[in-house]
Write a protein that binds this ligand. Sequence first.
Ligand code: FPP
Length: 252
Amino acid sequence: MSNGAMPLPTDSDRTEAPRHVAIIMDGNGRWAAARGLPRAEGHRRGVEALRKVVRAAGELGISYLTIFSFSSENWTRPASEIGDLFALLRRFIRNDLATLHSDGVRVRVIGERGGLESDITAMLTEAEELTRNNNRFTLVVAFNYGSRQEIAHAAQRLAQEVAAGKRDAASIDADTLGNYLDAPDVPDPDLIIRTSGEQRLSNFLMWQAAYSELVFVPIHWPDFDKAALEGAIKEYATRERRFGGLVAKTGS
Ligand code: FPP
């Protein structure tokens, strides 16, 4: 600028970070197939991408990152692929937990624990316990997770309380049910990203996504990196969030 003044920010320069980003890490299989590699290699590279994206999210000022790592519906995959995904989770916790902890990351896990192998449940609990007091960043791992199952489970617990005479059915509203979900203290996601071009939620955070901005990126998850995350945040920053009202509000 000729007068030396700082240029005023324009809409396309807005960089305010969403507080909570949730990601459907899709396309590991297609990434591998395109290279003539086994699907397991796609998942392995997916974990590498995840590691980098957790770091990038912290650097970009995001406070909560939720990742869809195994869905309730993934049980329909061949047993060998399920075994690969579980092995990767075990390895991820074994190799990365100490670093996550020393980086001040709190690990939370949402999804059904019942029916999982006992060493997996123990590892998930250990990750949550070890990092319980960290508050720099929260990584929410959706494992054996399905949104309908989460909501049904909340309804079941409320029904039990009503049946036991501890709660009046007429007093149950959306906030009450929301408080019975798996991580009620985690704010709703501001931005949900799905990689690999599919444009659906696939039973992910359907309650919490009521006012989330959805961004679909065409690249496969193993190729997703900090630049791609910044691109999605840039797209998010152009959206006007009105939360059902008439006036735009900031999400966080
Ligand atoms: C989708 O790719 C991805 C998954 C089913 C699971 C995502 C898992 C990881 C990134 C690794 C495991 C995570 C942890 C935390 C250890 P896809 O197989 O559906 O790909 P496709 O649609 O191309 O077949």
